[in-house]
Design a protein around this ligand. Structure first.
Ligand code: GLP
Length: 244
């Protein structure tokens, strides 16, 4: 396949490689449109982008971004929301104009209308130049739990029990406290981005990375859709790459 797979010895190097690619992408557009992801893996990537900004090596003043997903029913200001995550790790640390960082509103009264509006905002931006992706234990990208058709768009989804377990850390280690639903860009929305960059580190990701790369391309593992994209880069550390 056409995927560009980069394996480096350590998680630190993996995150550095990914941050360098994101920084180059930001610098190569007058008005960059980035697709952002959350999760523990991305925290250190945002820290590196903030460090570059502080050195004067990156400018966010003309950037627009769209996040992949958000929990349903968590207050925007709650510590567990992806709004809070993005403000803490990036938006409030750099010179990104207020309102340029888009995240689906999981508190919207009409969730379907919110998702349709989110799709329209992405389209109106001209499309995402680079979409950052993590991968969940279910093989999800964004919150596209199995099965997610490859033509799905931004929509409300029910989270898999495996995902609620994986993300319980922010909810007092109680999977039952993790919201049952989320809003997520669809697999089709993600595939529309001009470039995809998936970052996965640690031995905990080795099995699912193997499935994503070697398993049948299937709606049962959303991440296999990446193999259908013509400009996808995967950055792995040796632990995450240890099985495939
Ligand atoms: C959440 C996000 C996913 C992300 C995953 C990975 O589930 N919705 O987009 O890929 O976390 O999380 P981590 O980096 O913490 O392993």
């Amino acid at each position: 396949n056409q995927m560009n797979i980069i394996t480096v010895p350590t998680p630190t190097e993996a995150v550095e490689r990914a941050a360098a690619i994101v920084a180059d992408e930001i610098r190569s557009h007058a008005a960059p449109v980035l697709g952002f992801a959350t999760g523990r893996t991305m925290e250190s990537l945002y820290a590196l982008l903030v460090a570059r900004y502080r050195k004067g090596a990156l400018d966010f003043s003309s950037m627009t971004s769209f996040n992949l997903d958000e929990y349903v029913g968590i207050a925007t200001s709650a510590p567990q929301s992806y709004h809070t995550y993005m403000h803490e790790h990036l938006f409030d640390q750099v010179n990104m104009p207020a309102g340029h960082g888009h995240i689906p509103d999981g508190m919207a009264v009409d969730l379907n209308a919110e998702c349709a509006a989110y799709e329209n905002r992405i389209r109106a931006s001209g499309g995402i130049h680079l979409q950052l992706l993590g991968i969940g234990d279910t093989g999800h990208i964004g919150f596209n739990e199995p099965p997610s058709a490859f033509d799905t768009r931004t929509r409300p989804v029910v989270l898999d029990p495996v995902t609620r377990q994986q993300n319980a850390g922010m909810f007092g280690n109680n999977p039952d406290a993790v919201p049952e639903r989320a809003l997520t860009m669809g697999v089709g929305t993600i595939l529309d981005a001009k470039r995809l960059l998936l970052l996965a580190v640690g031995s905990g990701k080795a099995d699912i990375i193997n499935e994503a790369l070697n398993g049948p391309i299937s709606e049962k593992v959303s991440a296999t859709a990446i193999r259908l994209h013509d400009n996808a880069t995967l950055i792995l550390d040796e632990a995450a790459a240890s099985i495939w």
